[in-house]
Design a protein around this ligand. Structure first.
Ligand SMILES: [Zn+2]
Length: 204
């Protein structure tokens, strides 16, 4: 008898009975007593977050969790990003940044890109590009607010951390989220970045 294993991109698990479930290659949905969660893991990052909150009787609850297995991005690099963003904000243009890990340390890159007033795109996205290797992708909304726009939602389809900066000329603000193939979970910026003086979280 041949056993055929079916390949699934998305798994379906039930809290407390994970062993019985179907595992997905990209991520798993977990049905729990407090709603439907996504659980996903990549090198350096493990997350579990709700996509819908509702009550299911007789199932155990699941707690959201965020585990970044490395130190936070140091404030010096965050300040560097802000000063690069400030340069382009004077012209009313967005600016894109990639944070990658190189020999166990953080690096910030400002890739070759097309900068517009309402979007910014990398010119290279091949296998060796910083776009492909980025653990964190951040972009600046120059003098506009720091919020994730519908353009951002459509563009940010990878599994990584995404950040958006805004209000650059006055009082720079930041917002951060985890993206898992188009599913998002906003998290406190301080879980990922050491915030330098003068940069604050946009809680609006
Ligand atoms: Zn944006």
């Amino acid at each position: 008898m041949t056993i055929i294993r079916t390949f699934k991109l998305y798994g379906h698990l039930i809290a407390g009975e994970e062993r019985e479930g179907v595992r997905g290659a990209l991520y798993n949905y977990v049905l729990a007593g407090n709603g439907l969660f996504i659980r996903a893991e990549r090198e350096g990052l493990k997350v579990c977050f709700p996509v819908q909150n509702f009550e299911v009787k007789n199932l155990p609850d699941v707690s959201p969790s965020f585990e970044m297995q490395m130190e936070r991005v140091p404030s010096l690099l965050v300040s560097e990003m802000i000063s690069m963003a400030r340069h382009w904000a004077r012209e009313g243009r967005e600016d894109l940044f990639h944070f990658i890990r190189e020999r166990d340390a953080w690096e910030v890159h400002e890739p070759h890109q097309v900068r517009m007033g309402g979007s910014c795109r990398p010119l290279h996205d091949g296998p060796d590009s910083t776009h492909e290797r980025a653990f964190i992708e951040a972009h600046s909304h120059h003098r506009m607010q720091a919020y994730f726009s519908s353009i951002d939602n459509a563009d940010e389809t990878g599994f990584r951390i995404y950040a958006v900066l805004g209000d650059i000329p006055r009082e720079p603000k930041i917002r951060v989220r985890v993206g898992v193939y188009g599913n998002f979970w906003e998290i406190p910026a301080e879980w990922v970045f050491e915030l330098p003086d003068g940069l604050s979280e946009n809680n609006a």
